[in-house]
Design a protein around this ligand. Sequence first.
Ligand code: SF4
Length: 246
Amino acid sequence: MKHDTSLRRFATAMPHGRGMVIGPLNQSFRAGNTIFPSRVFAPSEVRRVLKDGHQSRKIGRDVRKGPRRGWPIFTLTLEERASCPRSCAQWGACYGNNMQAAERIAHGPELIAALEDELFALARKHPAGFLVRLHVLGDFYSAEYAGFWNRMLASLPALHLFGFTAQDPASPIGRAVARLALDHGWARAAIRFSGAPHELHAARVIDPGDIDPDAVLCPAQTGATDCCATCALCWHSERSIAFRRH
Ligand code: SF4
C-alpha cells in the first residue's frame, strides 16, 4: 500500500529490532545523557520549543480522524536519559540513539517559561483544541514539571496531551503524572506508563515477532496507518499500546 506522506516530512521507518544500543562502558550510559550533545539547545537558542508535528516522521501535522479532525499537533523533545528515570527499561536502547537530527530542548525553569508562553499563544490561535505529544524523547523530569502541565491543563481548555512516561507510577513524579488524567480526564491527558503491566494506560516494547495479548500494536508500525495524525489511537483509546523494538 502506498502511504500519503504529505502529513510529515520524513517517512516512517519500520522497526527491525537492530537499533543502536549502548552499554555501561559508554560515557552517555553512565552519565545519563544523549550521545549527540551538540543537538541539545537552550530554549533561548531555538525559535520555538514546541515543534509542528509535521517535523516528526511519526506524528503528522494535524489530526485526520475522529472528532478532533483538523486539530494541529505539536511535539516536545527533551534530552534523552538526562530527563529520564534511571530505571527506564530502555536506558541503553533509547530510540534517541537513532535520532541524531532531533533537536533536544534542555530542561529546567527556562523551558517551563518558554512552554507557558507558547501554550497560551497556541490556545489563543487554536481555541477549538490542539494536541501536544510529550515527549518525543525525554520524560517528565520532576514532580514540579508534571505539576506545570497540570496547571496548563487547568488554565487552557484547548490543550490536550498524549505521550508516554518511563516514571514508576508509584514514585513522586509518577504520581504527579498520573494526576494529570485523574484531574482532567484521559481525553485531555493520555499519558501512558511505559512497561506497566496493565491492559489500560500502559505502553510496552516487544521484540519483532512477539505479541502482547493485553495491548494493541501501534498501527503505524504495521503499516496499517501512516502516522499518529491518521491513527488517533493514543488519544481515542485507553487500551495499552505495544511498540516493536526499533
Ligand atoms: S498507536 Fe497510533 S497514535 Fe499511538 S503512537 Fe502509534 S500511530 Fe501514534
